[in-house]
Design a protein around this ligand. Structure first.
Ligand SMILES: *[C@@H]1O[C@H](CO)[C@@H](O)[C@H](O)[C@H]1NC(C)=O
Ligand SMILES: *[C@@H]1O[C@H](CO)[C@@H](O)[C@H](O)[C@H]1NC(C)=O
Ligand SMILES: *[C@@H]1O[C@H](CO)[C@@H](O)[C@H](O)[C@H]1NC(C)=O
Ligand SMILES: *[C@@H]1O[C@H](CO)[C@@H](O)[C@H](O)[C@H]1NC(C)=O
Ligand SMILES: *[C@@H]1O[C@H](CO)[C@@H](O)[C@H](O)[C@H]1NC(C)=O
Ligand SMILES: *[C@@H]1O[C@H](CO)[C@@H](O)[C@H](O)[C@H]1NC(C)=O
Ligand SMILES: *[C@@H]1O[C@H](CO)[C@@H](O)[C@H](O)[C@H]1NC(C)=O
Ligand SMILES: *[C@@H]1O[C@H](CO)[C@@H](O)[C@H](O)[C@H]1NC(C)=O
Ligand SMILES: *[C@@H]1O[C@H](CO)[C@@H](O)[C@H](O)[C@H]1NC(C)=O
Ligand SMILES: *[C@@H]1O[C@H](CO)[C@@H](O)[C@H](O)[C@H]1NC(C)=O
Length: 407
């Protein structure tokens, strides 16, 4: 009993000591260079976490947000003395100069790196050295890389990956060496080429966002092997071909966005069997035929968009026009009644995607949006003329009536 007490006392004693240990002076200096006040115990600040080592404590987590100093710099030397960090979070701290590489010690210690609108310009090679990362989020910066595999090939522990608004070029990797990935967001980059069929290896993936890139080709049917997927967006690319049947094999899909591509064929009826679906966006494609859903299914969804598909129509005896689907009702042959003539021809030649592939694109994919607006053009003109005509008729009737009243 006495022994136990002494052990306990000793434990408490060492704990108190280590809690009171000062922060490593080199790290204090690094924090000062980042304008972080260090007069009080820095380890007591909410944006910092420290370990309990002796004689000095060391930082394990550092978060910097909304830096106001206009010339804040995160130097290589500061990063070097912060090499005990496991987690580095940077939000809206645009560094000038911004570090372009990481010290080797920090590179192997770091488990989680987030930079949103902070780091400016970083090479894929220096990112690839962060091989113990489990979480990587980079947004609004320039990554110099010939392709994503250059930075991903050594990150075998990676679980979540976001590289967005990063000018990331090249094609998707043929092999992914991170078996535990659950989250991939590569939206708003310059990725090109197809989705490799080997995507099937990512069977733990819950979210895949490849929207706003220049990807093309058919969506591979192996996409149905991503059985853990909940959210999928391939929007604003140049995918063609049909909506793959294999999607029906993904039981938990809640969010499916294939909008603004050149997908053709009909909407597969199996989608109505996907009982978890909450968000379905197939707008601005080249889909045709009758929408195969009833109103029970559509009303259950939070988002349902099919507009901007010139040859798509809905069955008036199944769906009410009150649903405002942005498409025409069908005639008895399953074609839209009185389709706007120019929409039909532009949908049939399907060449709009090709001008775009030839290189007249923008870094943020804005020309894709622009291109898709062509589909809306004729509808808006017709609508405008109709509104103008009806208001003129109304005005004339009103004038006649009011002139009668005044007499
Ligand atoms: C940073 O600013 C944004 C909006 O300007 C705000 O929502 C956020 O809470 C701020 N973060 C911190 C840690 O102050
Ligand atoms: C990085 O990961 C490797 C292999 O997973 C491991 O041996 C090494 O100790 C890790 N490095 C650090 C600093 O955690
Ligand atoms: C990015 O960094 C490299 C050196 O690593 C430099 O040559 C290049 O000019 C930088 N680009 C920008 C846009 O800052
Ligand atoms: C992204 O960074 C640029 C400067 O490089 C800045 O002008 C822009 O406001 C940033 N965007 C966001 C969404 O923070
Ligand atoms: C993946 O996760 C499993 C279980 O969570 C773990 O045992 C395994 O070591 C992880 N593999 C890698 C490469 O991180
Ligand atoms: C994909 O990314 C875009 C742009 O960042 C975003 O608007 C959209 O909600 C994301 N979709 C999914 C399924 O994560
Ligand atoms: C996934 O999709 C659901 C349904 O649309 C949405 O509420 C949720 O925010 C999405 N998750 C992410 C991480 O985007
Ligand atoms: C869909 O487009 C592809 C390529 O653009 C074409 O080969 C195919 O015939 C089209 N299918 C339909 C049903 O229009
Ligand atoms: C609507 O379609 C679903 C399948 O998506 C079906 O289970 C349901 O019975 C249909 N409801 C009506 C009223 O036809
Ligand atoms: C519309 O629905 C009715 C009733 O289900 C069916 O008889 C008719 O064939 C459908 N029309 C088209 C064009 O699919």
């Amino acid at each position: 009993m006495k022994k136990l007490l002494t052990i306990l006392l000793f434990f408490l004693h060492t704990m108190t000591i280590s809690l009171c240990e000062p922060l490593d002076p080199k790290q204090v200096k690094a924090l000062q260079s980042l304008n972080i006040p260090t007069a009080k115990d820095p380890c007591s600040q909410p944006s910092l976490l420290c370990d309990t080592s002796t004689p000095f404590r060391h930082l394990t987590t550092l978060q910097l947000s909304n830096c106001t100093s206009p010339h804040l710099s995160l130097s290589f030397a500061a990063l070097k003395s912060l090499s005990t960090l496991h987690t580095l979070l940077l939000f809206n701290c645009p560094f000038t100069p911004s570090p372009t590489r990481f010290p080797p010690q920090l590179a192997s210690t770091l488990r989680s790196l987030t930079s949103v609108n902070s780091l400016r310009n970083i090479s894929a090679v220096s990112l690839s050295r962060l091989k113990n990362l489990t979480h990587l989020t980079l947004s609004n910066l320039t990554i110099k890389a010939s392709a994503p595999y250059v930075l991903l090939s050594h990150m075998s522990d990676l679980q979540t990956l976001t590289i967005s608004h990063a000018n990331l070029a090249g094609s998707l990797p043929k092999r992914i060496h991170s078996p535990n990935l659950t989250y991939i967001d590569l939206s708003f980059n310059n990725l090109r080429g197809n989705i490799p069929p080997s995507i099937t290896m990512l069977d733990t993936l819950q979210l895949l966002n490849l929207s706003f890139n220049q990807l093309k080709g058919e969506i591979p049917s192996s996409i149905g092997d991503l059985i853990s997927l909940k959210n999928l967006s391939l929007a604003f690319n140049s995918f063609w071909g049909s909506v793959p049947d294999s999607l029906s094999a993904i039981p938990g899909l809640v969010h499916l966005d294939l909008s603004s591509n050149q997908l053709n064929g009909t909407i597969p009826a199996f989608i109505s069997q996907m009982s978890n679906l909450k968000h379905l966006n197939l707008a601005n494609n080249l889909l045709h035929g009758v929408v195969p859903f009833n109103s029970t299914f559509i009303e259950k969804l939070q988002v349902f968009k099919v507009g901007g598909n010139g040859n798509l129509c809905y069955n008036r005896s199944v769906l009410s026009s009150k649903l405002k689907l942005d498409i025409a009702p069908c005639d008895k042959f399953g074609r839209p009644v009185s389709p706007p003539p120019s929409t039909r021809s532009s949908a049939d030649d399907s060449s709009s995607g090709e001008d775009y592939d030839e290189g007249d694109y923008d870094d943020d994919g804005s020309s894709v949006i622009h291109k898709k607006e062509h589909h809306h053009g004729p509808n808006k003109v017709v609508l405008g003329v109709a509104i103008a005509l009806s208001s003129m008729v109304f005005l004339i009737v009103f004038l006649i009536l009011s002139s009668k009243c005044c007499r």
